[in-house]
Ligand binder design. Structure first.
Ligand SMILES: NC(=O)c1ccc[n+]([C@@H]2O[C@H](COP(=O)([O-])OP(=O)(O)OC[C@H]3O[C@@H](n4cnc5c(N)ncnc54)[C@H](OP(=O)(O)O)[C@@H]3O)[C@@H](O)[C@H]2O)c1
Length: 159
């Protein structure tokens, strides 16, 4: 979160006086839309990225600078092996997209100056409809969809 804010700030400051289009793209996740048990800090940090990016987008409305927040769902990358995830439900596996698909959607959204984009129909629908259920139910659903971690990551800084 701190790195993303620092980098975004550098970019925004460097483009204050520039008149040609400039684009910030921040990567959040569909995890930004509800709490995700077993990935609690991850989902909380993605909610931060989303709110930060959407706020900045609106601050710069009508200027050459656009800020786009990408909220991918499951994407085929090294992320899952590194994070300990992977025991996902069929619905999570079925809606997983290739990295190329997400990258294309991200660049298209950036060039159009979009505010927030969830690549893929299932992700769009789930991010839209989650607003109609209680936060507790959404959190439980996230546990069902994402399953339990395959292994516990080692604790850091705990004595
Ligand atoms: N994959 C998914 O299902 C998924 C879903 C939603 C959102 N996302 C988001 O998409 C973004 C990209 O993730 P990914 O799926 O592409 O994961 P990935 O394949 O594991 O790639 C992560 C990238 O981040 C770099 N990185 C990690 N720690 C770093 C550090 N401290 N300093 C600089 N670079 C660092 C890695 O560099 P090295 O290769 O040099 O280690 C790697 O290039 C993340 O923000 C993730 O939260 C992913």
């Amino acid at each position: 979160m701190t790195s993303l804010v620092a980098l975004t700030r550098c970019f925004v400051d460097a483009h204050k006086a520039v008149t040609r289009p400039a684009h910030v793209v921040n990567i959040a996740s569909t995890g930004a839309y509800q709490a995700v048990p077993n990935m609690a800090l991850y989902a909380a940090s993605k909610a931060f990225v989303r709110n930060f990016s959407e706020g900045l987008h609106d601050e710069h409305r009508g200027t050459p600078l656009s800020v786009t927040c990408i909220c991918p769902g499951g994407t085929e990358t090294a992320f899952h092996a590194a994070s300990g995830g992977g025991d996902y439900s069929w619905i999570a596996n079925a809606s997983t997209k290739s990295a190329e698909f997400v990258a294309h959607a991200a660049v298209r959204a950036m060039l159009r100056g979009k505010r927030t984009v969830e690549p893929g129909l299932f992700n769009k629908l789930s991010c839209f409809f989650v607003r109609f259920v209680t936060r507790r139910f959404a959190s439980r659903l996230a546990t069902r969809v994402l399953g339990r971690p395959r292994f516990a990551l080692p604790a850091r800084g705990v004595t």
